[in-house]
Design a protein around this ligand. Structure first.
Ligand SMILES: *[C@@H]1O[C@H](CO)[C@@H](O)[C@H](O)[C@H]1NC(C)=O
Ligand SMILES: *[C@@H]1O[C@H](CO)[C@@H](O)[C@H](O)[C@H]1NC(C)=O
Length: 499
């Protein structure tokens, strides 16, 4: 996951905290696996599906009753409602997307609707977003514990597993997993929302925000753009803003900020920094890798980078410890360490996988596995067009801002995968292109009595913020600060200035 490095890719993929979580680089490995393995797999699975879920393919109006979750196994008592189930987005291929919807803790009818998307491409918003980051519960052993900083304190949260092949979402016609692109994903996501509104008509014209992270830097602007276009025919989406966390917005800028990040955080030496920025930079390496054509020079540079950074540091949060049990399952090299009493559960991914694969949990969620044996954090069956990573979505962000939609780009500042420096540069450049003046100069913002990070705002509509001490998955490692950020974003207010 550190890199699609030929020499170390197999072992580095699952050692980190959120190992497979929401990232894109990691996905290279999965995809190669998919291309090689699942091609043959697809067909023989095809006939096993007479027992496919018998959900509402005909979209009965406002029939969400079957989707209401009575109780998730092991959950504490809560006063809000939860729903989950399927929305069919393509009747010919029987493509259905799985969602988990959590109403706001208090007074849901007065609160906005927020769609959350994780990235990958191919990682789950249910497992990562809802159960590890900003949902109401986190799995711990056999039970769910309450997340005190759940985003449903401020909004009605809709988590979507997208595209098909991710999590519990599926395509009965397995060609639906082939060559899935950004364009297909955006279109399916739009169809999903339109039909989801048929189940939940009370949310139809509600203030709507879209949030997410990583490769959702592609999904979200592309979906928002389709919404803006759709609204010209029929005003349906009351889109009030988008927030993008450690997003891929322009592949070269985002990927090449990694070298300096590694170097300035002590993960690579001076001499390696030099060759990683001259002989072969990361965007070149990834481009070559995706085209199946890695040059000897890039291969050499990446081997050196991998050796120095090591696989025992989580590239998604360079200061956080890794999950020792996962590390040990990959390697006996390092010795186990005692729990240090840290409040962040670095093994949460393992717990989520265990929880979501329980029969009673799947039943409570109205979820089924189709074409796969296990619910996984990131899809093993999806064959995504990885070169779509090179599509610049920062330009789409620009057109959204021009059409009056507020945009927040935020960065967990411990992430080396999509570092804050690349995102900050891209936002600053965009502000320049749009001729937006700085309305809030770069300054700290507060969460409680501590600095939550730094922020800058352009033209009162385009914002950048860091979350101090946060991972690629900011709400996972800094839940309190992330909730402050989220609340300000929903209110389109500047981040808190003082204590
Ligand atoms: C990365 O490498 C490519 C190809 O060699 C080059 O065009 C580009 O300018 C480099 N970018 C950076 C930031 O060094
Ligand atoms: C932006 O700043 C420039 C220079 O201070 C000023 O001339 C211009 O009017 C400002 N634009 C807006 C839209 O406020």
């Amino acid at each position: 996951m550190l890199s699609p490095s030929p020499s170390s890719s197999t072992s580095s993929s699952s050692i980190t905290v959120m190992s497979a979580i929401s990232l894109l680089v990691f996905f290279v490995q999965i995809c190669l696996f998919v291309t090689n393995v699942s091609g043959s797999h697809h067909h023989h699975n095809h006939n096993h599906n007479h027992n496919h879920p018998n959900h509402n393919t005909n979209n009965n109006k406002s029939s969400n009753l079957g989707d209401k979750i009575v109780n998730l196994p092991g959950q504490p008592f809560v006063g809000f409602q939860q729903f989950s189930g399927y929305v069919t987005v393509d009747r010919n291929k029987h493509k259905s997307l799985f969602y988990y919807f959590v109403e706001a803790e208090v007074d849901p009818s007065s609160k906005p609707l927020v769609l959350w998307l994780n990235g990958g491409p191919g990682c789950s918003s249910l497992g990562v977003g809802a159960f590890s980051e900003n949902g109401p519960f986190r799995p711990k052993g056999n039970i769910l514990v309450k997340n005190e900083f759940s985003w449903n304190k401020e909004a009605n949260m809709l988590y979507l597993e997208t595209p098909v092949g991710v999590g519990f979402s599926y395509s009965i016609d397995t060609t639906g997993y082939d060559a899935v692109s950004d364009a297909i994903t955006a279109r399916d996501n739009l169809v999903f929302l339109r039909r989801w509104f048929n189940k939940f008509p009370q949310y139809k014209h509600r203030d709507l925000f879209i949030t997410g992270e990583s490769y959702a830097g592609h999904y979200i602007p592309q979906l928002a753009q389709l919404m803006v276009q759709f609204n010209q025919k029929e005003k349906l989406f009351n889109l009030k803003g988008i927030a993008l966390g450690n997003p891929v917005l322009e592949f070269a800028t985002d990927f090449n900020s990694r070298a300096e990040y590694f170097w300035s955080h002590g993960l690579i030496s001076d001499s390696t920094y030099k060759i990683f920025t001259s002989a072969c930079n990361y965007s070149r390496y990834v481009g070559e890798y995706y085209r199946g054509n890695v040059s000897p020079v890039c291969s050499k540079v990446m081997r050196q980078v991998s050796r120095e950074t090591s696989k025992f540091v989580d590239k998604y949060d360079v200061t956080l410890d890794v999950c020792i049990s996962s590390v040990l399952s990959q390697s006996k090299i390092i010795s186990p360490q005692e729990e240090n009493g840290e409040s962040v559960d670095v093994c949460i991914e393992d717990e989520t996988v265990n929880y979501l694969n329980r029969e009673d949990v799947k039943k409570a969620l109205h979820a089924r596995l189709v074409n796969v044996r296990q619910w996984a954090v990131c899809s093993n069956i999806l064959d995504y067009q990885l070169l779509d990573v090179e599509i610049p979505t920062i330009t789409i962000v620009g057109s959204l801002v021009k059409s009056g939609i507020p945009v927040l780009v935020y960065s967990g500042d411990q992430d080396s995968v999509i570092p804050l420096t690349g995102s900050r540069t891209l936002v600053h450049q965009l502000a320049g292109e749009l001729r937006l003046n700085t309305t809030i100069p770069y300054r700290v913002w507060f969460a409680g009595e501590q600095v939550g990070g730094w922020t800058e705002v352009y033209g009162n509509i385009l914002s950048f913020a860091t979350v101090r001490g946060a991972a690629h998955e900011a709400p996972y490692s800094q839940p309190a600060r992330s909730l402050v950020l989220f609340k300000s974003f929903l209110q389109t207010r500047p981040l808190p200035e003082m204590l």
